[in-house]
Design a protein around this ligand. Structure first.
Ligand SMILES: NC(=O)c1ccc[n+]([C@@H]2O[C@H](COP(=O)([O-])OP(=O)(O)OC[C@H]3O[C@@H](n4cnc5c(N)ncnc54)[C@H](OP(=O)(O)O)[C@@H]3O)[C@@H](O)[C@H]2O)c1
Length: 295
């Protein structure tokens, strides 16, 4: 039986990854930060060993917790101190412990195709990946497009269900990749148990739709009408990002537009997709997702 160490196990994706691993009868070692009592209590299963700690802990402490581990999965979220410093620290500990493989916390659109400067969060992951290259621990980057769940968050300004408006940039004809958190967790568990994924990038998506198709899928799924509202061209979007960036005090003031830009220009498109490598996973598409969540 494999043992998988999950960092970020108490997060939205991390919890689902733990569940997906347990459904496959994998022994899980879950890293829970000190003081996260609620997160700790969620793991009521003797096959889940809780390790209290932080990925920025001294590496020798983490090395002890990583003894006997086959794969490290990271589903952490945060800034440079977590995505770069923390994950590289975790990787060094994994090297010391002789762990053969790991999955860093990428779970995004095609960040490997983006240039530095295109997306601040992708930059962190790209910079961290430069440290992985020479490591004895083989990385597998799992890329899934955009989470369908985020489309519903008002913060993202994609859809306003109250006014019945679907907002988009560009011409709406560029195919975009979408996946749910649950399907991403299932793929991650499969990848963790697939030694042939070592050193590769795995690109998977639950659905691939242009934004025009996405609007119609949302309408069919939810049973509600959404009027399309074009916010501008992709060049307008780029200009809006630069404007906001020039005066921003926080990356979140323009970050979501950067993700949007990578989607609607096709620069972050996942290609080719590896869904066929994991035929046991039948992901749900956008229409079904909105049927399940909006009815
Ligand atoms: N493609 C998309 O559309 C999309 C959208 C959202 C997120 N994502 C990606 O999905 C991944 C997971 O995101 P999420 O939404 O599940 O995040 P989340 O719910 O915020 O969970 C983050 C996890 O990281 C843990 N963590 C943070 N700093 C840590 C540290 N120093 N040491 C140990 N653990 C630490 C948190 O612990 P605590 O519980 O103790 O805070 C939590 O378990 C990230 O890579 C994120 O970028 C992708």
């Amino acid at each position: 039986m494999s043992t998988v160490f999950v960092a970020g196990a108490t997060g939205r994706l991390g919890r689902l990854i733990v569940d997906s691993l347990r459904r496959r009868d994998v022994r899980v070692r879950a890293l829970v930060r000190p003081g996260n009592t609620e997160g700790r209590q969620a793991f009521d299963d003797p096959a889940i060993e809780i390790v209290e700690g932080d990925i920025r802990d001294p590496a020798d402490r983490l090395t002890r917790a990583l003894q006997g581990v086959d794969v490290v999965v990271s589903a952490v979220q945060g800034g440079a101190e977590v995505i770069i410093d923390g994950q590289v620290n975790l990787l060094r500990a994994a090297e010391q412990a002789g762990v053969p493989r790991w999955i860093p916390s990428d779970f995004s659109l095609g960040i490997d195709r983006l240039d530095y400067g295109d997306n601040d969060f992708a930059d962190l992951r790209k910079r961290a990946a430069e440290s992985y290259r020479s490591s004895t621990v083989a990385p597998t980057s799992v890329l899934i497009g955009a989470f369908l769940e985020v489309l519903n968050m008002p913060f993202y300004n994609w859809v306003d269900w109250e006014s019945g408006t679907f907002n988009y940039w560009g011409d709406g004809d560029q195919p975009v990749d979408f996946s749910t958190y649950s399907d991403t967790a299932e793929w991650t568990a499969e990848v963790a148990l697939d030694p042939s994924a070592a050193g590769r990038t795995v690109r998977v998506a639950g659905d691939v739709l242009t934004l025009k198709e996405l609007r119609r899928a949302m309408e069919r799924g939810s049973g509600r009408r959404l009027e399309a509202r074009q916010l501008g061209t992709t060049d307008d979007l780029r200009a809006e990002i630069e404007c906001r960036k020039a005066v921003a005090t926080d990356a979140f003031e323009y970050l979501l537009l950067q993700y949007n830009w990578a989607m609607v220009t096709g620069k972050g498109k996942l290609d080719p997709l590896d869904n066929h490598r994991y035929p046991g996973i039948q992901p749900i598409g956008a229409e079904e997702y909105f049927r399940q969540t909006m009815r």
